[in-house]
Design a protein around this ligand. Structure first.
Ligand code: SF4
Length: 423
């Protein structure tokens, strides 16, 4: 099918960007950025019942209609579509992230098939970096041997210490999962698998002590730690949100100060590293902050092409598009207003963000957090005050240190930003 920016018969959702004029953008010189990251929902269910999960506990309940596992035939079609996109855009490297639900529930053969089918479809001239995000409970030597064979990197969700983790990350019968996750992590930390460990992912809870949370994660030696703000919108604000204060900003600043002042770099913290990079004029490599084009597509378990799944926190159907891998290409997805809106930088932001001193670093924050039913996504983040406080603190701190240390300090601080990988 030829690219047709006017092809959609109906708006994709309430408010902005449902009627964003992609044809006018193209006439104005804008060109889409090809997808480089493909999130493949290999299994749609989970073996945990975390209280804050955007998949199962928030506005969108579409998982109920998904097949439990992506079929082998759908995997083959997804692989062929990704190969088509790689070829039409001349890409030499892409990232494939096997995701869920809990991806390990798909079983070893499905995981193996997904990675090998994709690598085979794109051919030997294209590198496919493969990784997965897991809750860690099912990690065992059989899975880890497979990941070593396929050179797959593994990121595990862990919310700090046992008390903090078990407040939210519960099994179906309501018991905490911490000890089982730690058992899985201990397998991953063994010398023969350690190189597969890409990092820990942690959702912020203001009730946890921030420094104790950070230090409890350090004992697993993660190469990187990602702190995620709990999902919320203007209609459904995050827990503890305060219009007159910045509790999440203050919480993260305590970790920043502990991390930044450590005598050696204990781990990377992607949010902080990205803000430091941008403070020195480099582009962001995460969708959480900055104005870089989002280049991620999601394929649901049934083969539907969707937007990033954190949008499920906004409203029922927020991730949906009219496209499916059985009939549509990823190039077509780039022409949808919903995807184009994630690639046009400042033009996608609210007037308040456009006039903000920190807009080039903040970028309005994570896209789902801007949502308000009456206006869509053309709003500042529901975390606006928190982001402003955190970014101001980091930028002021590193610039002051660079000024004090002179040239050598600038080189070292910029190196810290440069070394941050794609955790
Ligand atoms: S700090 Fe607030 S106003 Fe400034 S760019 Fe971020 S969300 Fe927008």
């Amino acid at each position: 099918m030829a690219l047709d920016p006017g092809a959609e018969a109906a708006p994709e959702g309430p408010g902005w960007p449902a009627w964003l004029d992609v044809r006018a953008l193209l006439e104005d010189g804008w060109r889409p950025t090809p997808f480089r990251e493909f999130v493949i929902k290999i299994h749609s269910r989970c073996n945990l019942a975390c209280t804050y999960c955007y998949m199962y506990e928030m506005a969108d309940q579409s998982w109920r209609n998904q097949p439990r596992r992506m079929s082998a035939a759908t995997i083959d079609t997804v692989a062929a579509r990704i190969a088509e996109h790689v070829e039409s855009n001349g890409l030499s490297r892409i990232e494939a992230i096997l995701h869920g639900g809990e991806p390990l529930l798909a079983g070893r053969e499905s995981l193996r098939h997904a990675v090998t089918a994709l690598r085979s479809a794109v051919g030997p001239g294209v590198t496919v970096g493969a990784s997965l995000q897991t809750n860690g409970i099912l990690l065992n030597p059989e899975f880890l041997d497979l990941f070593a064979e396929l050179e797959m990197r593994v990121s595990v969700s862990l919310d700090g210490d046992e008390e903090g983790h078990d407040r939210h990350r519960l099994t179906a019968n309501g018991t905490g999962s911490y000890r089982r996750v730690v058992a899985g992590l201990e397998q991953l930390m063994k010398p023969r698998y350690r190189h597969l460990f890409s990092g820990l992912l942690s959702t912020v809870d203001l009730r946890n002590d921030p420094v104790a949370t950070y230090e409890s994660m350090l004992k697993f030696g993660p190469p990187a730690v990602d702190f995620l703000l709990p999902h919320g919108t203007w209609d459904s604000p995050p827990p503890g949100a305060d219009e007159a204060a910045a509790p999440y900003g203050d919480w993260l600043i305590q970790i920043f100060d502990r991390w930044y002042r450590a005598p050696f770099r204990e781990t990377r913290i992607r949010l902080f590293n990205e803000i430091i990079r941008m403070a020195f004029g480099r582009p962001s490599r995460t969708e959480a902050v900055g104005l870089s084009p989002a280049a991620t597509a999601v394929v649901e378990t049934n083969g539907a092409i969707e937007q990033v799944d954190t949008l499920k926190a906004a409203y029922e159907g927020a991730t949906r598009t009219p496209l499916h891998v059985s009939r549509d290409s990823f190039d077509e997805a780039l022409m949808l207003p919903s995807f184009a809106a994630r690639q046009i930088g400042l033009r996608a932001l609210s007037e308040q963000c456009k006039s903000c001193d920190l807009v080039r670093i903040c970028g309005g924050g994570l896209y789902p957090h801007r949502y308000r039913a009456s206006s869509g996504f053309a709003n500042p983040s529901v975390y606006c005050r928190d982001l402003f406080r955190l970014i101001s603190h980091i930028v002021t701190t590193v610039r002051r240190d660079v000024a004090a240390l002179g040239k050598e300090g600038r080189r070292r601080t910029e190196d810290d930003g440069r070394k941050e990988g794609t955790a």
